[in-house]
Design a protein around this ligand. Structure first.
Ligand SMILES: [Ca+2]
Length: 429
């Protein structure tokens, strides 16, 4: 294409025949003119074509130049590329040779492994070392903590102390236990001894509480003597003389005199609580008399034995006394029967009747006597506690021989000098 344009460029331009137009005759319709006109047109066309061809040629030349430039550029770049490729190839070859060299060097890998192992070992060693250091620090801290050490020592001492204390306690307890066991064994031995010495019935009787002598009598006792009674329950047991013979027995002696061993010149307090002993002479006590007779119908049996051996008696069907708040005042009721004669209840002298009278002692004047000494119980010949009125015809607590005892039981026993013994017995109905 490029070359065809070049060919066209150098082609000879055809000759224009202009002579004919200047010479010859003009005939617009002549063949010659027509031919000329046609030639001119053709020339114009050719000119146009030439012009176009020229333009084309110029364009082509430009194109060719551009192509040439392109080719040159391509060539330059090709050369450059070739250089680059060459360089790359060289580099590649160098790398290949390095790789080969590396591949060939087996020891390097081994060295790397060894180094890796060394690094690993070092790491491990480092960690271990750090741990050891930490532990050492902790140990040092603990060792330096004296307070903790002291606490531990204190605790240990406490534990030791507690252990010693416990041991002592156990020892004490064992000793006590042994002591108790010994006591228990002794008691058991005593019980066995008692069982061997006494019959079960006797023990039962000993253990049983008796209100009074009638209680003993009802249980079959027939022998007069000293018995234990518990008029207030088991809290206070007292020994008393029981008459198991007179009038069927069962009599409790509230007063008994067989000698001068016991003085009856006593205070109210002594009469209240009682004095003397049941085997000899005694006063059972006003509180006990009240306890034995309150709420119970009881009898009073008075007996006086004189020195010739004769015994007189008087039985009052009703007898009781009030409590301390009421001055142990006496209640006496009939009928009165006996060999002494009634010198207490209905004496024929209202100043000598004793029922309803308060209890008077030398230190406590509750009687009706108001002249002279003013206290029947404080008179020298009748010192002692009694239910005095304006004194009395009967008074069993007077001074014992050799002292003068006036009117123990008037008129049957006028003087205490003849008295061998007295007894005041009571028995509930
Ligand atoms: Ca008086």
């Amino acid at each position: 294409m490029m070359f065809s344009f070049l060919f066209l460029l150098f082609m000879p331009i055809p000759q224009v025949r202009t002579g004919s137009l200047l010479t010859g005759t003009y005939d617009p319709n002549s063949t010659a003119l027509i031919n000329e006109r046609r030639d001119i047109k053709e020339i114009d066309v050719l000119r146009q074509i030439i012009n176009q061809e020229t333009l084309i040629r110029v364009a082509v030349v430009k194109d060719v130049r551009a192509v040439v430039d392109d080719v040159r550029s391509v060539k330059r770049s090709m050369a450059s590329s070739e250089t680059m490729v060459s360089t790359l190839q060289q580099t590649l070859e160098s790398l290949k040779s390095q790789v080969d060299s590396l591949n060939r060097d087996n020891t390097l890998a081994q060295k790397v492994e060894v180094l890796q192992r060394q690094v690993y070992t070092l790491r491990q060693t480092k960690t271990l070392k750090k741990r050891v250091e930490t532990l050492e620090r902790q140990v040092n801290t603990l060792s330096q903590d004296n307070a903790l050490q002291r606490k531990v020592e204190t605790l240990q001492r406490k534990v030791d102390s507690l252990t010693e204390e416990q041991t002592r306690e156990i020892k004490n307890w064992q000793e006590k236990n042994q002591e108790i066991e010994q006591k228990f064994n002794r008691n058991i031995a005593e019980v066995y001894e008692l069982l061997n010495n006494r019959t079960l019935e006797t023990i039962k009787k000993d253990l049983k509480l008796y209100v009074d002598c009638k209680h003993h009598c009802l249980q079959g006792q027939t022998q007069s003597g000293v018995y234990r009674i518990s008029p207030f329950g088991n809290e206070s047991q007292i020994d008393v003389y029981c008459d198991m013979v007179t009038e069927g027995g069962g009599w409790t002696a509230i007063q008994k005199r067989v000698s001068g061993s016991e003085s009856f010149d006593r205070t109210l307090a002594e009469y209240k609580n009682g004095f003397g002993n049941a085997n000899d002479s005694y006063w059972i006590g006003n509180d006990t008399i009240h306890q034995l007779t309150k709420g119970r119908n009881s009898s009073l049996y008075v007996s006086i034995t004189i020195k010739n051996g004769t015994t007189f008696y008087e039985l009052y069907q009703e007898f009781s006394i009030n409590d301390e708040a009421d001055n142990y005042s006496l209640f006496l009721g009939g009928p009165a029967t006996g060999t002494l004669g009634d010198s207490m209840l209905k004496t024929g002298d209202s100043n000598k009747d004793l029922s309803g009278m308060s209890f008077t002692t030398p230190d406590r004047d509750n009687d009706r006597y108001s002249i002279g000494i003013g206290n029947c119980a404080a008179r020298p010949r009748s010192r002692g506690g009694w239910w005095f009125n304006w004194c009395s015809y009967a008074f069993l607590n007077g001074p014992w021989y050799p002292a003068v005892w006036q009117k123990p039981w008037y008129p049957t026993v006028e003087s205490g000098l003849t008295v061998k013994g007295t007894m005041m017995l009571i028995r509930r109905h």
